[in-house]
Design a binder for this molecule. Sequence first.
Ligand code: DC
Length: 222
Amino acid sequence: MGKINIAIDGPASSGKSTVAKILANDLGYIYTDTGAMYRSITYLALKHHISFSDEKKLTELIERYPISFQSTTKGQLVICDGEDITDKIREVAVTNNVSEVSAFSKVRKKLVQQQQEIAKFGGVVMDGRDIGTVVLPEAEVKIFLVASATERAKRRFKENLGKGIQEDFDVLKKEIEQRDYLDSNRQDSPLKQAEDAILIDTTGMTISEVVTAIKKVIDQKR
Ligand code: DC
């Protein structure tokens, strides 16, 4: 059986990247974090003092500074303009502005092309907001992960503590809800479950339970 494509979509902090990485590793597939691509443009805009409302200049950044993923023993690194920006794209200044940047159609068009190129031979686990609906509508497996905002804020709070970042829980929860709202209500490719996607509510589930549930779906398709 050839390699299939697996699309995993869902709101912020729903556990997409954690399970996508595990699945890609177990299957020997390539993991593609499309959120990291939108985050990279947001980071570049901050670095080069480009306004978050300047669609033309933001789009030019994509052409001028190609983003690449590098697999290492420390995990996957995000490289751009000769710089390792893996951690920088997770900073609050990026997180709180990425929804504005990712709402622009020209930005999306360019990044979607790159994402489709990565997946054209199959064997990819790709996570994001519009993978099952727009980027890979033909993906053999489509998963839509959800969890309550409280649960997602708890996960993010714990993750931040592990990195030595202490952010107020209520602020964190509000930021997640705000990003959900912007990502779900934008005009171009809003966060939406594809009709043929399998919905998994991960509230109260462990990571390994979610991985097992997705593997069951994959086994039915392979
Ligand atoms: O998955 P993440 O939280 O790292 O994604 C960051 C932002 O990027 C998210 O708030 C919306 C945007 N995004 C998107 O619009 N489309 C994608 N396929 C992935 C992310």
